[in-house]
Design a protein around this ligand. Structure first.
Ligand SMILES: [Zn+2]
Length: 275
């Protein structure tokens, strides 16, 4: 088979696999809609359905990658230009599936959060009476147990939230924050891919083996920081969190990037004045 024919077949296959993902998501829509409309909404079943879809999406990734390495790359081994083109098709298709799936997953999770929230409003707008005199207690937090002193008789009441409240706060902070920060996550991934592609061009076409510059690393760092900052400020809208605590979380999430990557680079160590 000519390189051109192999490329055409490969492009057709990649299109079919990416379309399959679109179909899988469309098929899942009705199931999710049904679960969300169910008064006895089962959060665990919802999570299990999402995990099952995630597995199917990863199967499609695997199918594409395997077809490329076991067939396409071998057939194009003698034609570097065609192989590079086929490799680009693979990268583009994998990234398209990743973005499409992540958008879908976070959007459905956000719908779940919204439904759980609507149900919560009914639970916590219910007045809680003082155990001694029956007067309505003035609560200050709704997501955890608290001691409330009755303004009427002075009795100290311990108030525990409804189970539905615990369920909401177990999933909503992460799901909401993940959805709000999603585009920042893509920005990080896109920039990392750009750095990788630039480097490949430098090495292959210019025989220039230089590492990323300090400007590039600083930009990458700022994108990563924007992601975590957005993530934690979104979480804080669900569960109040002081700003210094948010900053501490952001720093702890930044640490792996420094420890496992930046701190091992000479240009970074020099810039930071590290030994
Ligand atoms: Zn009272």
């Amino acid at each position: 088979m000519s390189s051109q024919a192999t490329l055409e077949r490969w492009n057709g296959f990649a299109t079919k696999v990416t379309q399959r993902l679109t179909e899988i998501m469309a098929e899942a829509d009705a199931g999710f809609a049904g679960m969300l409309a169910d008064p006895g909404l089962d959060v665990i079943a919802f999570g299990n359905a999402m995990t099952a879809l995630d597995v199917r999406k990863k199967d499609l990734d695997q199918k594409l990658s395997n077809t490329f390495s076991e067939q396409v790359a071998i057939q194009l081994a003698m034609d570097t230009a065609a192989e590079t083109q086929a490799q680009h098709t693979l990268t583009r298709a994998l990234w398209w599936m990743e973005e499409t799936w992540e958008r879908y997953r976070t959007k459905k999770n956000l719908e779940l959060v919204q439904v759980l929230w609507t149900r919560l409003e009914k639970v916590w707008s219910k007045p809680v009476p003082c155990v001694r005199c029956g007067a309505e207690l003035a609560r200050t937090v709704f997501h955890k147990a608290e001691s409330v002193t009755c303004r009427h008789c002075g009795a100290v009441n311990s108030v525990t939230p409804d189970m539905a409240v615990y369920n909401y706060f177990a999933s909503a902070p992460h799901m909401y924050a993940e959805a709000m920060a999603l585009e920042h996550r893509f920005a990080v991934e896109n920039y990392k891919r750009k750095l990788h592609d630039d480097r490949t061009v430098r090495v292959q076409q210019l025989d220039n083996w230089r590492e990323e510059t300090i400007e590039e690393l600083l930009h990458w760092e700022s994108l990563e920081r924007a992601y975590w900052t957005t993530y934690y400020s979104a979480q804080a809208r669900i569960v109040p969190m002081p700003e210094d605590e948010q900053r501490t979380w952001v720093e702890s999430r930044m640490r792996p990037l420094y420890e496992y990557d930046f701190n091992r680079r000479t240009v970074w160590r020099q810039y930071k004045g590290m030994a």
